[in-house]
Design a protein around this ligand. Structure first.
Ligand code: FES
Length: 131
């Protein structure tokens, strides 16, 4: 007898239009079974997803204000104490916490939508920033 494997619903985080260049979009997910905040950023046209937690202290990158890029637009900058990160890799570029990285999530963008495709987690219901 053939077993039917339940199909996973495509995990749409948000429409592409919700994530502007050098902007961010926060969402909620279960990561390794734990409820976590996560964030999308767009840099040079591409979308990247990270757990929204600085490596310096367990603070959200946008805990103090909503801008996640520094004034040059080249780095993600934690709003708490200013550590900067490479937006493509999540690697810390500041001397303090050097060698550490944000947790990069596997996402995909196609047909005007951004999906979570990370086997370590899934979206929670009402995961969006606006919900
Ligand atoms: S908590 Fe992010 S730089 Fe200190």
């Amino acid at each position: 007898m053939e077993m039917s494997v339940p199909r996973r619903e495509p995990a749409v985080i948000c429409p592409s239009g919700s994530l502007s260049e050098r902007g961010s979009y926060g969402f909620k997910m279960l990561y390794r079974g734990e409820p976590r905040e996560a964030i999308l950023v767009r840099f040079r046209g591409n979308a990247y997803g990270y757990l929204n937690q600085c490596v310096h202290m367990p603070k959200a990158l946008d805990c103090e204000h909503c801008h996640v890029f520094d004034e040059t637009g080249e780095y993600i900058r934690c709003s708490m104490h200013g550590i900067i990160y490479d937006p493509v890799t999540g690697r810390c570029q500041s001397e303090i916490c050097s060698g550490k990285s944000l947790t990069l999530l596997k996402i995909a963008e196609r047909d005007g939508l951004i999906y979570l495709q990370d086997k370590r987690g899934r979206l929670t219901p009402n995961h969006g920033a606006d919900s």
